[in-house]
Write a protein that binds this ligand. Structure first.
Ligand code: CA
Length: 461
């Protein structure tokens, strides 16, 4: 009999064996409950579904819950009320193709051979994401998930680069932006040419709803990169003139409504509580579309200023992410692959073999508001859409090693340093006041860039 159950010398520190047994049972029960809650949220048995919705060129300011005074987005506002709204969230890049590379691989796009532009503009039509890269689709598919890409691909036209060969069981898509192509595809089958730009959001939504209904018994990853509100901005006939913010408002409001139809389907199929819904934009406002803005931030699509990549992001997972949360923690689109993998019990490191190396970090603890969790991201690199690396953020500080890129006017040499906590539009250069901080941030940027240069997979063809 173990000594611990014996009370050889009764005294103040002696606990009778029957009580010890009771305490041990209680502790074990508590541990089992805690463990099962964690497993329920993170591992197999009842793994969550993922619905990942990407808007195209939607600016930071363009939703009701991000402060827009006229565009009405009740569905996304409610999604934010039911989950967490992120205010320091950064898209993967400032333009479409690298942004999608980052989202699907968890890597800075430069690691996948990207240097500038998008497929068909500054990038050749026959280039795209290498088949050697491991996509979110491939990772989830390898774990028994049904996977779908419904919307805009923009990661390569050649057959080996198409979405159904990059991990998506179902691919219903246009292969470039809606201003660059008129073709709608299912796998390798051309469905429509020309498609009707006004109807794409409706068509993508119908397809997504069909996929959910068909796969309700299995875990699924449903990636919906809408073409809205990318130019040409043309409203669906039922939304034309409906918003108080012109065509742009009509298109965003239709997208909001369509997302509502997807959420309603989840609810009707009793999947809402076991589905993580993520909404984000792929980059900041298109410079040619003056309606879209990134207020209070400066800069638009292509730019390494905040407005280029700081975008709305909302995550909902009922019962796990508490309602009505908001976080200004630094989080980036490259973090979604490791984070969602973790939430679905997928051992990303083992599966990916770190090829390409994943720059994203798992921010699940931050999203679920885990007490005492240390937020794992403290720095982030910014890339211009055609000008390469231009800035680094560390904590609330942002450094442009070359102040020309900060578009301040005036002298054009030396660095520019901003405190984003106080200086939202990056106008007050503090580099002369904090030379040590400038040096430390330059060194860190160099270290990060050297690391990226050491492992690059060329673009696919
Ligand atoms: Ca875009």
């Amino acid at each position: 009999m173990p000594v611990i159950n014996q009370c050889r010398r009764p005294g103040p520190f002696c606990i009778p064996s029957h009580l010890l047994h009771r305490i041990a049972t209680l502790i074990l029960t508590a541990l089992t409950v805690l463990l099962s809650i964690d497993l329920e949220n993170t591992a197999s048995g009842s793994v969550p579904n993922i619905v990942l919705i990407l808007a195209d060129d939607l600016g930071y300011h363009d939703l009701g819950c991000y402060g827009h005074p006229k565009i009405k987005t009740p569905v996304l506002d409610q999604l934010a009320d039911d989950g967490i709204r992120l205010t320091s969230f950064y898209a993967g890049a400032t333009v479409c193709t690298p942004s999608r590379i980052a989202l699907l691989t968890g890597a800075y796009p430069v690691r996948l051979g990207w240097t500038r532009g998008v497929v068909g503009y500054m990038m050749k039509r026959n280039q795209g994401l290498s088949p050697d890269a491991l996509t979110m689709g491939e990772i989830f598919k390898s774990q028994g998930y049904q996977t779908a890409l419904i919307g805009k691909w923009h990661l390569g036209d050649p057959r080996p680069l198409r979405p159904h060969r990059q991990g998506f069981d179902l691919a219903y898509y246009i292969n470039k932006s809606n201003n660059q192509t008129k073709e709608l595809w299912r796998g390798d089958k051309l469905l429509e040419k020309p498609f009707n730009n006004r109807l794409l959001t409706e068509q993508f939504t119908r397809e997504a709803i069909g996929f959910i209904k068909q796969n309700k018994a299995k875990p699924f990853l449903l990636y919906i990169p809408y073409t809205a509100p990318h130019f040409p901005v043309e409203a669906h006939p039922d939304w034309k003139g409906k918003s108080r913010f012109g065509k742009y408002g009509d298109v965003v409001e239709e997208m909001d409504h369509r997302i509502g139809q997807i959420l309603k389907t989840l609810e009707m199929e009793k999947l809402d509580k076991k589905t993580i819904v993520v909404f984000l934009s792929d980059n900041g406002p298109e410079p040619g579309t003056k309606e879209s803005t990134a207020k209070p931030y400066r800069g638009k699509k292509w730019s390494a200023l905040e407005g280029g990549t700081r975008v709305p992001c909302i995550v909902r997972f009922p019962g796990v992410i508490a309602k009505g949360q908001e976080s200004d923690k630094l989080i980036a689109a490259i973090d979604l692959l490791p984070t969602l993998s973790h939430a679905c019990g997928i051992d990303l490191k083992t599966i990916s073999k770190e090829s390409p190396k994943i720059d994203g970090v798992n921010v699940w603890a931050t999203l679920i508001g885990k007490k005492d969790a240390v937020h794992p991201r403290n720095d982030l690199l910014y890339w211009h859409g055609s000008g390469g690396f231009q800035a680094i953020r560390v904590g609330n500080w942002k450094l442009f090693p070359n102040r020309r890129h900060a578009q301040l006017g005036g002298r054009n040499s030396g660095p520019a340093l901003f405190n984003l906590a106080e200086d939202l539009d990056e106008k007050t250069d503090l580099s002369a006041k904090f030379p040590d901080r400038v040096k430390a941030m330059q060194d860190l940027a160099k270290k990060r860039l050297d690391d990226i240069k050491s492992s690059i997979i060329p673009l696919g063809k």
